[in-house]
Design a protein around this ligand. Structure first.
Ligand SMILES: NC(=O)c1ccc[n+]([C@@H]2O[C@H](COP(=O)([O-])OP(=O)(O)OC[C@H]3O[C@@H](n4cnc5c(N)ncnc54)[C@H](OP(=O)(O)O)[C@@H]3O)[C@@H](O)[C@H]2O)c1
Length: 252
């Protein structure tokens, strides 16, 4: 498909409202692009305002014109209860239920053994990847109804471990426990919860974890995004609970 061309196929996602965290780059913006092409209204967040504004302009061009859709770009630090409260005050102001929440924001850390890992690094990673996931989800539940879907971008590190990545591994293992609990709590309410567990994907996160990692062996963020949209397009009475994706060459 030529880059930037909206798909118009009467998608069951068109007109839906989706919130994507960490949508100013990487997997987040790829998912936001894919949702824009499906005709979603979007709320995109991240901490860096400049890249969010750029992302908004790009996404607006991808949305099918005749649907009269909008993109709200709002900086939000998922670690901060005040920042999350402010974001959701804006969401409530839209007076529409939130149909899709993509909890994608996350960070990694440079390789360190547990013996060497600085406590502030541990705190920052757990605060972002686990506490931030809780804060965003709890706030979102107040504006989500039967038929909506939550996708938590975890990692294969939610089940496997990579030495030197204790804080990342622990945050993602915790996030999987949270996601599995959430799914059981929301099942009777008709809200689907998907654990997205990608392996190595070519994004900026590798600059922190392993700058010289072989990017050519990795999946693209667009491939991960396509899988997310496929899962969202399943009929409401069906769900994939866990999506594990790997580069076909295996882990790096
Ligand atoms: N790339 C991979 O190989 C891979 C594999 C499996 C899972 N994942 C997961 O995919 C998610 C996205 O990562 P990525 O690979 O796309 O990396 P990325 O390009 O570094 O993107 C990370 C995103 O998270 C946002 N973010 C970080 N801290 C935040 C905070 N405190 N509050 C709000 N937003 C924050 C960043 O925006 P700001 O910096 O502007 O806040 C950015 O948009 C992460 O959860 C990661 O663990 C990645």
């Amino acid at each position: 498909m030529p880059k930037g061309k909206p798909i118009l196929r009467g998608s069951m996602l068109s007109g839906r409202l989706a919130l994507v965290t960490g949508a100013n780059r990487g997997i987040g913006i790829a998912v936001a692009r894919a949702l824009a092409r499906e005709g979603c209204n979007l709320i995109i967040t991240g901490r860096d305002e400049r890249s969010l504004i750029k992302a908004r302009a790009e996404l607006e061009k991808l949305q099918p014109k005749k649907l009269n859709l909008h993109v709200l770009a709002q900086s939000c630090d998922v670690r901060s209860p005040d920042s999350v409260d402010y974001l959701f005050a804006l969401v409530r102001g839209l007076r529409k239920p939130l149909d899709i929440l993509i909890n994608n924001a996350g960070i990694a850390h440079p390789p360190r053994t547990v013996a060497e890992l600085p406590y502030p690094t541990w705190m920052e990673v757990v605060d972002t990847n686990l506490n931030g996931l809780f804060l965003m989800t709890q706030a979102a539940l107040a504006v989500m109804k039967r038929g909506s879907t939550i996708v938590n971008n975890l990692s294969i590190a939610a089940e496997r471990v990579f030495p030197g990545s204790a804080a990342y591994n622990a945050s993602k293992h915790g996030a999987l426990g949270f996601t599995n609990t959430l799914r059981e709590e929301l099942r009777p309410k008709g809200i689907r919860v998907i654990a997205l567990m990608p392996g190595a994907t070519d994004t900026a996160i590798w600059n922190t974890m392993w700058p010289k990692a072989p990017r050519r062996k990795m999946m693209s963020a667009e491939t991960v995004a396509r899988t997310v949209v496929d899962a969202l397009l399943l009929p409401e009475k069906t769900t994939v609970e866990k999506v594990v994706m790997m580069p076909s060459g295996g882990a790096l």
